[in-house]
Design a binder for this molecule. Structure first.
Ligand code: ZN
Ligand code: ZN
Ligand code: ZN
Length: 278
C-alpha cells in the first residue's frame, strides 16, 4: 500500500501512537524527538518481526536520506540482534530492506525490517555449506579469498577503503547486483565493531544513491547474510550485505529453476557504478 494524499503516515514524527510500542529509539540531536525508531511489525509474518524506521524524514527512498541515517541503521540492527539472540530459541535473524514499489515495500516512508526465525533458512544454509566446503578444501574463508582476488583483478571493484570492499559478484542474479564485504574476517554481524559498521552504512548509502541516479529509482532490496546467532564464531563464514536491484521481474523460469537471467555483465555494472562515485 502506498500512501494516498490525505493519509497519515504512521512512521512520521507525531504519529508514534499509530505504531506498536517502541523497542528501541535513538534521540535526535537536540533531544526533542527521535532520529531512529524500532517497533514490532503491526502485521507480523512471524512472532519476532520488527520494523526499523531509520529516519524521521518522509522521503521516497533510502538514498535521499542523510548518510547518518544509514550509519544509525547499522547500529540499530546490531543492537536489536544482540537483544534478540538472548532468546536461545531464535536461530537466525534476517535483516532486509525493501525500497520502492515492486520491491515488497508496503509504505513509502523509508524503513527496514528484522525477522528472527527459529530455523536457519535454506538459502543461508546453502551459503554456509558452500563456505565450509571451500574452507575444508583450501584452508581459507571463501570471502577473504574473494576480497584478494577482486582487489587483484580490479574490474569488478566498485568501491574500497580500509574497512571494506564493494564489488559486483562474478555470477550476479540481478543486473547491478552489488555486495558489500568487510575486509576484517567476521562471521557474525552483531559482533562487528562500530568503525566497520559505520563504513558499511556509508557504503550502502553511496550505492543506493548511485543506483537511484543511474537506474532512475529502481526498486531494490538490501539483505544481510550473517552466521546463525546461536553458533560460535566461524573461520569459514564471513558476513556481507547484498544489494539486489529489481530491474526485471522474477518469473516462471527463475522460480522453476533457481537460475536467473541477467542482461548485464558484472564488469559493466561495476564500471557504471564506480565512475559516478569518484
Ligand atoms: Zn512518513
Ligand atoms: Zn573471511
Ligand atoms: Zn550471501
Amino acid at each position: 500500500m502506498q500512501l494516498k494524499p490525505g493519509m497519515i503516515c504512521p512512521f512520521c514524527p507525531g504519529n508514534e501512537s499509530l505504531t506498536p510500542p517502541e523497542l528501541l529509539s535513538y534521540p535526535s540531536e537536540d533531544g526533542s524527538g527521535w532520529r531512529l525508531r524500532v517497533f514490532l511489525n503491526k502485521y507480523p509474518a512471524i512472532d519476532a518481526h520488527e520494523v526499523i524506521v531509520e529516519s524521521p524524514e518522509h522521503k521516497s527512498s533510502f538514498g535521499e536520506l542523510p548518510e547518518t541515517a544509514a550509519v544509525d541503521l547499522m547500529s540499530a540492527v546490531r543492537d536489536r540482534m544482540l537483544a534478540l539472540k538472548q532468546d536461545t530459541e531464535l536461530e537466525y535473524i534476517q535483516f532486509f530492506k525493501n525500497n520502492g514499489p515492486g520491491s515488497g515495500a508496503s509504505l513509502s516512508h523509508p524503513h527496514s525490517q528484522l525477522m528472527a526465525l527459529p530455523i536457519v533458512p535454506s538459502q543461508v544454509q546453502l551459503e554456509l555449506d558452500g563456505s565450509l566446503q571451500h574452507y575444508e578444501d583450501h584452508g581459507h574463508c571463501i570471502f577473504c579469498d574473494l576480497i584478494e582476488l577482486e582487489c587483484g583483478r580490479r574490474e569488478r571493484v566498485i568501491l574500497e577503503n580500509e574497512e571494506l570492499l564493494v564489488v559486483a559478484p562474478y555470477a550476479p542474479r540481478f543486473g547491478f547486483e552489488t555486495w558489500v564485504i568487510p575486509r576484517a574476517h567476521g562471521s557474525h554481524f552483531e559482533m562487528t565493531e562500530h568503525g566497520t559498521l559505520r563504513a558499511v552504512g556509508q557504503a550502502l548509502h553511496k550505492i543506493a544513491r548511485r543506483l537511484e541516479a543511474v537506474l532512475d529509482y529502481p526498486p531494490y532490496n538490501f539483505l544481510l547474510h550473517t552466521a546463525p546467532v546461536q553458533e560460535p564464531s566461524m573461520p569459514h563464514y564471513h558476513w556481507h550485505m547484498e544489494i539486489l536491484p529489481r530491474m526485471s521481474g522474477v518469473g516462471g523460469y527463475e522460480f522453476g529453476t533457481g537460475c536467473y537471467i541477467n542482461a548485464i555483465l558484472p564488469e559493466e555494472s561495476a564500471a557504471v557504478l564506480r565512475d559516478g562515485l569518484k
